[in-house]
Design a binder for this molecule. Structure first.
Ligand code: GLV
Ligand code: MN
Ligand code: MN
Length: 410
């Protein structure tokens, strides 16, 4: 059986191979139900088969590999993370968890071992939610909790989720085939880069996640009136961008004043978008997250109130659409304890931490116990091409994951 160090070297090579499958040359962007998604699934499927798994794409476009257990009818441990990316992404976010899962199964197969329970490794198709604004589409399909209204969502080109599935060779009407019943799943384990600076500050390679913070994503449309930049007096304008500008600052202020709440405006588009035209229409997104659901809800409500007040002042109209809402999802105490024992057995001092980023584990928590292993991120950088986790830390992650498999045998 290859050592975790050798497996980590192989994982690094695979990370680069996956990073080469991108919609944009020279930068990594791979969204849900694109040609690049298909190619990534194909490659991951080959690696799954090579590791001794039966591999197939499911009805939502997730890549699923199964490694039978000695007691093959018992509920499966699902190990997974995502294969989609943000725009101009780092190459470890999501992919690392899928590749570590495959590497662990490969190690078992090479050692001629089967655990008592079956293992499924899943490369989830959509965690970032970049294409349709709402997230966890892959893991929600696996849980059977995907809201059918989501199929009418459109991407930036006006293509509905339903149509994108058809173009990919899938069918919204059959997405239920991807769903697992609660009794079929023993637990969900996700290894992911931390995407923040805590482990680096602690000088530790890994940590156990306690909970995944909740999040709300909004789309805000402000309708004012386009007009001549030279002729319309300031008092008579309906400047939609001025409303949005106040909105952006309101999101920042509201979140900064609350406890452990973060807020981001990541997209803002103005129309008609000319230097000498007053912006008549503006659309922007809001992403607000918190550990405490009540604090998140209060911040969202306060931000919306401030945006509406800014619009009223300028006689503009505001429409707010909730794109995505996820409550804070705790990891199970038993999985946290298992991960901590696995860390100790790998010679890593255990530490616990919450996750500010969203993860497939948050969706999976609806049907089973979930546990997450975080690995140290260089400089805490993520959602950025500079994102990096060292090969040494990945080897520690593989050791911890293999120890978790053993711990779950007991
Ligand atoms: C996904 O990475 C998110 O937290 O937005
Ligand atoms: Mn991400
Ligand atoms: Mn991720």
């Amino acid at each position: 059986m290859n050592s975790p160090e050798v497996l980590a070297g192989e994982i690094m090579g695979r990370i680069d191979q996956l990073a080469a499958i991108s919609e944009t040359p020279g930068a990594l962007t791979r969204r849900y139900l694109t040609e690049e998604h298909r190619r990534a699934n194909q490659l991951v499927g080959e690696w799954m088969s090579g590791a001794g798994m039966n591999a197939a794409q499911d009805a939502a476009g997730n890549m699923v590999g199964r490694y039978g257990g000695a007691n093959d009818n018992s509920p499966a441990l699902i190990i997974g993370s995502h294969l989609d990316t943000v725009v101009n992404a780092g190459k470890f976010d999501g992919m690392l968890g899928v590749l570590c899962g495959i590497a662990c199964v490969q190690a078992l197969r090479d050692a001629g071992r089967r655990m008592a329970y079956p293992i499924k490794v899943i490369g989830f198709a959509d965690e970032e939610g970049v294409r349709f604004g709402t997230t966890y589409l892959g893991s929600r399909a696996v849980c059977g909790t995907l809201d059918p209204a989501t199929f009418d969502r459109t991407d930036a080109n006006g293509i509905t989720y339903r149509q994108a599935l058809l173009d990919f060779g899938l069918d919204a009407a059959r997405i239920g085939q991807a769903a697992h019943r609660a009794g079929e799943v023993r637990a969900f384990l996700e290894l992911h880069i931390e995407q923040g600076p805590v482990l680096e500050a602690l000088n530790r390679p890994a940590g156990a996640v306690t909970a995944i913070n909740g999040q709300t994503r909004l789309s805000v449309t402000v309708t004012g009136e386009a007009g001549h930049a030279g002729t319309v007096p300031m008092a008579l304008r309906k400047d939609a961008l001025a409303v949005a500008a106040e909105g952006v600052l309101a999101v920042e202020t509201v979140c900064a004043q609350a406890d452990d709440v973060v807020g981001t405006v990541g997209i803002l588009s103005t129309s008609p978008g000319a230097i000498n035209v007053i912006p008549g229409d503006v659309n922007f997104t809001v992403d607000i997250r918190a550990r405490e659901d009540a604090a998140r809800r209060d911040a969202v409500a306060a931000a919306i109130r401030a945006i509406r007040a800014a619009a009223e002042k300028r006689r503009c109209i505001v429409q707010v659409t909730v794109l995505h809402r996820a409550v804070s999802a705790p990891c199970s105490e038993s999985m946290i304890a298992i991960i901590e024992r696995a860390m100790a057995a790998a010679g890593v001092e255990p530490s616990r931490m919450p996750s500010g980023a969203g993860h497939d584990a948050a969706a999976m928590a609806e049907i089973c116990d979930v546990g997450m292993i975080f690995l140290r991120s260089d400089g805490g950088i993520s959602h950025n091409p500079a994102e990096r986790t060292s090969q040494e830390d990945i080897a520690a992650g593989v050791s911890i994951m293999l120890n978790v498999l053993d711990e779950m045998e007991g």
